[in-house]
Structures are given as C-alpha cells and as structure tokens.
Ligand binder design. Structure first.
Ligand SMILES: *[C@@H]1O[C@H](CO)[C@@H](O)[C@H](O)[C@H]1NC(C)=O
Ligand SMILES: *[C@@H]1O[C@H](CO)[C@@H](O)[C@H](O)[C@H]1NC(C)=O
Ligand SMILES: *[C@@H]1O[C@H](CO)[C@@H](O)[C@H](O)[C@H]1NC(C)=O
Ligand SMILES: *[C@@H]1O[C@H](CO)[C@@H](O)[C@H](O)[C@H]1NC(C)=O
Ligand SMILES: *[C@@H]1O[C@H](CO)[C@@H](O)[C@H](O)[C@H]1NC(C)=O
Length: 280
C-alpha cells in the first residue's frame, strides 16, 4: 500500500452552497487488481463450476474520481459513489453550476459529508483495458475495495487524515457491483456500510431486456469510440433513464446527459440486478 500514490489535479470548482462551502477536485488513484475472472463473462456460474473456466487478471489501473469535501467541517466518514452503466462520476457530480441541483455530491457536501465519485474501470477518465472482458464485477469490485481501503489508510489530500469509515453508495449496476463485493469479501470488506439505489425509473413490466438498450459504443458514436472493442457498449437513446413525466427534469439535463454519456461493458451479468428493478 505504501507505494500507492495519489495524484491530484486541482482543476475544478468551488461550489458555493447554502450553508457550507464545498471544494471539489478530480483525482486519479492507481490501484492494483489481481483477481480471477470467468473466461466466459456471460457464464451464469462465473466459471466457478470449472477451474479451467477462470483466468487471472493482474494489472495496475488508474481510477479517476471527483472528490468533494465541505471546507468548514471535517468528517470521519466518506461516501464512495459508484455510478451505473454508461454513466460516469458525473451521475453524482455534474460539473457545471447549472446542474448543481442535480448533484448528490453537492447536496451531501452542503450537509457536511464528503464524497469520492469514481469512474468505473474502463469508463470516463479511468484506465480503459483494451479488452472489455477485463471489465467484470470481480475486477471492478476489487478496484473499488482497494480505493475504499486507501481512503481509510492514506490521506486523500496533503494535510488531511484518513477517513475512519467508508460508505459505498451505488446507482444501478454500481449497486450490483457493491453488492457483489460484499458477498465476495464478507467480513473482510473495507466498506462500513452500503446504500444501494435503483436500476431504472420505469416499471419492471415496461422494461425490455437490458441488452436491447445497449449497442456497441463504436456504432453509437464513432467519433468518440470507433476503435473500441465492440463489447464496450453505450446507449443511443437515454429516455429509459428519465421519468415519463417530462416536467420532472430539465430538458437541458437530458441533452447534457446525451453529450456526456459514456461506455459500459456487456461483460457484466446484469441478471443479478435486473430481477429487483425499483422505481426511483
Ligand atoms: C470448462 O470451461 C472451459 C472454458 O470456459 C470450457 O471450454 C470447458 O468446456 C469447460 N468444461 C466443462 C466440463 O464444463
Ligand atoms: C496512471 O497515471 C500516471 C500519471 O498520469 C501515468 O504515468 C501512468 O502511466 C498511468 N497508468 C496507467 C495504467 O494508465
Ligand atoms: C436550485 O434550487 C434552488 C431551491 O429550489 C433554487 O432556488 C435555485 O434557483 C436552483 N438553482 C438552479 C441553478 O436551478
Ligand atoms: C427514445 O426512446 C423512446 C422510448 O423509450 C421513444 O419514445 C423516443 O422516440 C426515442 N427517441 C429517439 C430520438 O429515438
Ligand atoms: C445526442 O448527441 C448526438 C451527438 O453525440 C446528437 O447527434 C443527437 O442529436 C443527440 N440526441 C439528443 C436527444 O439530444
């Protein structure tokens, strides 16, 4: 752990909040992942029934995140915010003042609670493995747990102290991911609590197969993703993520989301969380 250095770029903004002042900055955190992955990512039993169904992934990646903290209050607790598929840390922390009211990071920061909203491995500004099959629950979950552990052992800023507790908060596939990690790690999990939020806003009955929402990212936006492994996927149409009540959100947020959407991987078995779709 000693050589795990954190790199900080003080790029971003000061949020002037209602009661508090929050400062947010982007960070990049190197993590070492050494896990066994199913050779066939869609294998229902995750390779566990057959030892030759597993392969080892041993690699170092940079995980990018947005760290927000209240200026005036110091907290022993931090939230690790984990987005869902085709989103990034911006799901929790949209970087423009216009969408501050959509920012959970700003909301909780105003109430004294810091957060680190990360990009999944393969997504946003985090390292993107060439093969999407390296981006599976076991590898991404290991990266998240390592970050949680770092938050408890290493100061995230020079002059600050490590946090005593890390609460994982998931959105959609991010919830599936944190849930996966809790099952695999059990009492060894570095998380002190989990808050798992829902998958989609529509009724389960109105939801087609999740795979039908996702297309190879290189087809969705060749300008951005032409060279990606086709198993990196994205969405052409993000209506599914929004309330049918069009007055419930700003049309500018819908447009912003379309322009800032990212990729996910179809190598994650969504059946584990598609059974308990909740209306948000
Ligand atoms: C074990 O897994 C490998 C790789 O997925 C597969 O080729 C092989 O058929 C499997 N063997 C059995 C007995 O299921
Ligand atoms: C991580 O970021 C550092 C600093 O930008 C860079 O030197 C290194 O090559 C990156 N590592 C990976 C695996 O991308
Ligand atoms: C955010 O919400 C507050 C309270 O409802 C409102 O006063 C403010 O104008 C909103 N800000 C933006 C940028 O929409
Ligand atoms: C997006 O999907 C919705 C239904 O989910 C549909 O009503 C709408 O026409 C689609 N928009 C575009 C631009 O294809
Ligand atoms: C989404 O963005 C693409 C360009 O990336 C644009 O062509 C398309 O019209 C946008 N769709 C909506 C609904 O804003």
């Amino acid at each position: 752990m000693q050589d795990a250095r954190m790199l900080f770029f003080f790029l971003s903004s000061l949020f002037s909040g209602v009661g508090a002042l929050c400062s947010c900055s982007t960070t990049s955190i190197p993590v070492h992942v050494d896990v066994l992955l199913p050779k066939n990512p869609l294998d229902t039993f995750a390779g566990q029934t057959n030892a030759s169904g597993l392969r080892r992934l041993d690699n170092t990646y940079n995980i990018s995140g947005v760290f927000c903290r209240p200026e005036a209050v110091s907290s022993d607790v931090i939230q690790l915010l984990v987005h869902g598929i085709t989103y990034t840390s911006q799901y929790w922390a949209p970087p423009t003042e216009e969408f501050r009211n959509y920012s959970y990071a700003a909301f909780s920061c105003d109430r004294g609670i810091p957060s680190l909203a990360v990009d999944w491995l393969g997504v946003g500004l985090s390292s993107r493995p060439e093969s999407a099959s390296d981006v599976q629950y076991p590898s991404v979950s290991a990266a998240m747990s390592q970050i949680a552990l770092l938050l408890k052992t290493t100061p995230i800023f020079p002059g600050t102290r490590p946090f005593q507790k890390v609460i994982g908060m998931g959105h959609s596939a991010g919830s599936g991911l944190l849930n996966f990690g809790a099952i695999v790690e059990g009492p060894h999990s570095p998380f002190d609590g989990l808050i798992l939020t829902g998958l989609l806003i529509v009724e389960p009955a109105d939801l087609g197969p999740i795979s039908s929402m996702l297309s190879p990212a290189r087809d969705v936006d060749p300008l951005r993703w032409a060279t990606l492994d086709p198993a990196y996927v994205s969405t052409a149409n993000r209506t599914i993520f929004y309330s049918p009540d069009k007055t419930a959100f700003s049309p500018r947020m819908f447009a912003f989301d379309n322009f800032t959407k990212d990729v996910g991987t179809d190598r994650v078995d969504f059946r584990t969380d598609s059974d308990d779709v909740v209306a948000e």
